[in-house]
Design a protein around this ligand. Structure first.
Ligand SMILES: Nc1ncnc2c1ncn2[C@@H]1O[C@H](COP(=O)(O)OP(=O)(O)OP(=O)(O)O)[C@@H](O)[C@H]1O
Ligand SMILES: [Zn+2]
Length: 292
């Protein structure tokens, strides 16, 4: 089965060709500029490929309600040019195959549950900490949608007592994304994250914020695995710091092996590495084909 996959990000669109076993045969990426420019490249790529279905995991907010007149739109994004953009409709005009659609982070969670770190589990959360913070959740075997879709990057967190950075979320200032996304690190410290590897304080603050999010996720969704991805999580020293804080914050209240002696295997990097989103989009394509 030849399937197409799109990971539509705010910086770049990654397109790929793969199959229902999660093998990826080709992978290209186009910068996210204007919808016209970016989509022209995406459409040209898929027109040369004879795929049976395409799955799309997109940055958001997106409309995932199939009964809505704006299904498949990128809706209220502050990203210039992409506000109220009919992503799926535009694609469908040019490729006559079933299209699966979900958020980028839900797709990543799905990919990880199918072939990655959460393989065989009916629940997991995938959190990305990159240009923004977002999380997708698989709950009892299904991706979580609801009213809009979860926007877990904007949860409210307690400030580190030594952190005086004001935060940079345009909506909430010091929410999780406002304090812990890559651009927040850069603005607070005046350097990019990868240049701050040796500065312990940077990762102490970062781990404190991410651990609060993880702790809240444990309480709210009770996932069987929590996967932390995105550019900032390339700093591998964050993992032990986050796990330590989570154990302290839970303080023994959740009495499960996974969040005690098994925590190294509970809060983990993506099993699929940078392919989580694209792999998840393949699953979305496969599922849409089965429904069609
Ligand atoms: N090795 C690293 N260490 C620390 N921070 C990093 C590292 N690599 C990237 N970052 C930070 O992560 C952010 C980029 O995140 P990422 O690479 O996940 O892109 P993204 O947010 O997924 O992009 P898109 O918007 O296209 O989805 C930047 O703020 C960057 O400074
Ligand atoms: Zn916010």
């Amino acid at each position: 089965m030849k399937l197409g996959a799109i990971e539509a990000g705010g910086t770049k669109f990654v397109c790929g060709i793969g199959n229902e076993q999660g093998e990826i045969f080709d992978r290209v990426s186009f910068p996210t500029t204007t919808p016209e420019e970016t989509m022209e490249q995406v459409i040209r790529y898929f027109k040369e490929q004879d795929v049976e279905a395409i799955g799309v995991g997109s940055f958001g907010p997106v409309d995932l309600n199939k009964n809505s007149s704006t299904y498949g739109y990128i809706t209220t994004t502050p990203k210039p040019y992409w506000n109220q953009y009919p992503l799926l409709g535009e694609l469908q005009k040019h490729v006559n195959v079933p299209l699966g659609f979900d958020t980028d982070v839900n797709a990543a969670a799905l990919g990880e549950a199918e072939w990655g770190a959460a393989k065989g589990l009916a629940s997991c959360v995938y959190v990305t900490i990159g240009t923004g913070v977002g999380a997708g959740a698989l709950v009892e075997g299904k991706l979580l949608h609801g009213l809009l879709h979860p926007e877990m990057g904007h949860i409210l967190i307690k400030r580190h007592p030594e952190d005086h950075f004001e935060g940079r979320c345009p909506y909430h200032r010091d929410c999780l994304e406002g304090m812990a996304a890559g651009p927040a690190i850069e603005q607070r410290w005046g350097k990019k994250g990868f240049e701050l590897e040796q500065t312990d304080k940077v990762w102490e603050f970062e781990a404190y914020y991410v651990a609060q999010a993880v702790t809240n996720l444990v309480y709210m969704l009770s996932p069987e695995k929590i996967i932390l991805g995105g550019g900032v999580m390339k700093q591998k020293q964050l993992f032990p710091l986050i796990r330590g804080h989570v154990r302290d914050m839970l303080n023994g209240y959740v009495q499960k092996r996974e969040v005690a002696e098994g925590i190294d295997d509970y809060i983990v990097p993506p099993g699929l590495g940078d392919n989580a989103g694209l792999s998840g989009a393949l699953v979305l394509a496969k599922q849409e084909l089965e429904r069609a």
